[in-house]
Design a binder for this molecule. Structure first.
Ligand SMILES: [Zn+2]
Ligand SMILES: [Zn+2]
Length: 228
């Protein structure tokens, strides 16, 4: 478990809380003037997440997707804070989680002076979303990591995730920082260079699984194998 400040501006901050056995990231976005905050995912260790919130009022938890490793602290935090819960309606398991906000492509959420903009980025799961904060940050869940896309389970899933990455995430500004659901982030410029080198060699037909941009046919395990 560790807490660090990923970005600090005059009126807002993004804090990363690293929790659980799969090095999940929970991001806290704090808007200083209003004293309000939101969470991106609610992986594990609710007490640590609460301490990262400090005295800020939690408005909502937004799930990038509903895999078990991203929601273990969800019920505790909702009960404790009474915050809203936002999920894309196509995400499996959505009904059971009883969201109060249904996220669709282009949905916007105001947090004090900040606006969060939502992109539907399916592939890792049908209801995966990415959350854009100005021209600086995008929380991309398990859709894109340094070195490769998130895990997929079928060739169709892989085609979907590539489309989400190519048409949505990699069209964001060059200097924008992509912050994934596990591990470190990467700038759009660097991620685009990785993808373009991969695509230039020709994308092998029918692939899926744990794909790395530089070794698309190598199925050796990585830390992401822990993430279901
Ligand atoms: Zn996942
Ligand atoms: Zn995950």
């Amino acid at each position: 478990m560790s807490i660090d400040v990923v970005r600090s501006e005059d009126t807002w901050k993004v804090i990363r809380v690293r929790v659980g056995p799969y090095d999940n990231n929970v991001y806290v976005v704090k808007e200083e003037r209003s004293g309000k905050a939101i969470l991106v995912d609610a992986a594990f260790d609710p007490q640590e997440i609460l301490s990262a919130l400090g005295g800020f009022q939690l408005q909502a938890i937004f799930l990038t997707h509903a895999h078990p490793d991203h929601i273990q602290a969800l019920e505790f935090l909702r009960r404790r804070t009474g915050c809203a819960l936002g999920i894309h309606p196509e995400e499996p398991g959505t009904q059971e989680l009883a969201p109060t906000i249904f996220i669709a492509e282009g949905y916007q959420f105001s947090l004090g002076s900040l606006t969060l903009r939502f992109l539907h980025t399916p592939g890792h799961t049908p209801g995966s979303v990415s959350i854009v904060l100005g021209s600086q940050i995008c929380f991309c869940g398990d859709t894109l990591f340094p070195g490769g896309p998130g895990r997929t389970w079928t060739p169709e899933g892989f085609r979907d995730i590539i489309k989400s990455i190519r048409e949505k995430l990699l069209t964001l500004p060059d200097d924008l920082l992509l912050l994934p659901g596990h591990g470190p982030g990467i700038k759009v410029r660097d991620s685009r260079a990785e993808y373009e080198a991969f695509a230039a060699k020709g994308i092998p037909e029918g692939i899926w699984g744990e794909i790395r941009w530089d070794r698309p046919l190598d199925r050796s395990p990585s830390f992401r194998d822990g993430c279901t």
